[in-house]
Design a protein around this ligand. Structure first.
Ligand SMILES: *[C@@H]1O[C@H](CO)[C@@H](O)[C@H](O)[C@H]1NC(C)=O
Ligand SMILES: *[C@@H]1O[C@H](CO)[C@@H](O)[C@H](O)[C@H]1NC(C)=O
Ligand SMILES: *[C@@H]1O[C@H](CO)[C@@H](O)[C@H](O)[C@H]1NC(C)=O
Ligand SMILES: *[C@@H]1O[C@H](CO)[C@@H](O)[C@H](O)[C@H]1NC(C)=O
Length: 335
């Protein structure tokens, strides 16, 4: 089992022969590890008691797993929270609070969890967003230290922030809310679908491997923009979407402590609302639409997790693989 270092796993589901030694003296009878890390997922899941969300695959995983009930986020942005999780060290030690440095060069040559597995006879593989891309992982997802094979990134990810969302005017926009017809988007696919396919290909290859594996699969949704197959929107009729219970800026909040969500404001559909900076507010009907699309992305993500876990079963790897599902830090703003 992964040691619970640092306590960053705010949502962790563990499946498999929990309690057996994954890193025994012999690598041949060691358990494999499948780490699924989801970007900006908060516990809006059936297994955490949410009555609206449809997350049957993650709920089923939770039902045969250890479900963690406490949330810890060392830093509410991707790069530092992921580096903290993957090195087992707090941001005060990695000295990364933003996106702009690589810990090995900046604060210490700390080992990572995948590196530790790699150095102990595992084949380690990265699919999608595991480390945050860019400087904070040396533009290489910490290769070659962490990974046995070159990390995989879905080719359609480059379209995430481009004009691929059909607006009411019939034109394509770069929107926050972006339910799409998958057949219509560039390459006819979405990044998380490609990541699932690649992960399943790798599992197929590892089935006959003499070495155990550590496969990390990093899903992009439900991070913004909410670009997802439009059929998932139907699961969440707007009239069933409640507003956040706590939308007000807290009285006495120092302005420096407020996040004006500039990354959301840049999107064309949000720009059109002429929201005042820094506090908004966002009109109630648009708040409902944001929540609807976030929930739809969670359900879309859930189907990807379902495909991945089915493949693990079909390949008869489930009983020899520990599954961990976690997020990086929940959602950095109240939606
Ligand atoms: C970062 O990557 C560059 C080139 O790929 C490499 O030369 C350098 O040694 C790496 N930095 C560290 C600290 O490993
Ligand atoms: C960092 O540590 C790795 C082993 O964990 C070692 O191979 C590498 O040479 C070290 N790099 C530096 C710059 O000390
Ligand atoms: C929407 O709410 C109504 C009334 O509570 C309920 O009957 C219906 O099942 C809900 N629909 C969905 C998709 O959750
Ligand atoms: C936003 O401002 C533009 C230009 O002033 C105006 O045309 C538009 O109607 C405004 N939109 C809303 C939602 O108020």
């Amino acid at each position: 089992m992964l040691p619970p270092r640092g306590g960053l796993l705010w949502l962790g589901l563990v499946l498999g022969s929990v309690g057996s030694a994954a890193l025994g003296s012999s690598a041949t009878d060691a358990l494999n590890v499948l780490l699924i890390i989801v970007d900006d997922l908060r516990p809006s899941l059936g297994c955490y008691g949410d009555k609206l969300i449809r997350s049957p695959n993650m709920d089923q995983l939770a039902s045969r797993s250890l479900l963690f009930q406490n949330a810890f986020a060392q830093q509410a942005v991707c790069a530092p929270s992921r580096v903290s999780l993957l090195t087992g060290r707090r941001p005060d030690t990695t000295r990364l609070y933003d996106f702009n440095s690589y810990w090995r060069a900046h604060s210490g040559n700390f080992s990572t969890i995948p590196q530790y597995f790699k150095e102990n006879g595992y084949v380690t593989m990265s699919v999608g967003k595991v480390f945050h891309p860019g400087v904070s992982s040396n533009h290489s997802d910490d290769s070659p230290y962490s990974w046995s094979l070159p990390p995989y990134h879905p080719s359609s990810e480059k379209y995430e922030n481009t004009k691929t969302c059909r607006g009411p005017d019939g034109e394509l926009h770069a929107n926050l809310l972006c339910p799409v017809d998958v057949a219509d988007v560039p390459e006819g696919t979405l990044p998380d679908k490609q990541s699932t396919e690649q992960a399943i290909r790798l599992l197929g290859k590892m089935k006959t491997s003499a070495s155990p594996f550590f496969l990390a699969v990093g899903y992009h949704k439900p991070h913004i923009p909410f670009r997802y197959p439009k059929e998932f929107q139907k699961l969440y009729p707007l009239e069933n979407i409640t507003l956040a219970p706590d939308p007000q800026v807290p009285a006495g909040l120092p302005p420096v402590a407020y996040n004006p969500w500039m990354d959301i404001r840049q999107r064309e559909d949000v720009q059109a609302l002429n929201l005042s900076v820094p506090y908004g507010p966002i009109p109630a009907d648009f708040q409902r639409k944001i929540r609807q699309s976030y929930f739809a992305c969670v359900s879309y993500l859930d189907t990807q997790v379902g495909h991945l876990l089915s493949a693990l079963d079909d390949l008869q790897l489930a009983s020899s693989t520990i599954v961990v599902l976690t997020s990086d830090h929940g959602l950095p703003c109240t939606l």
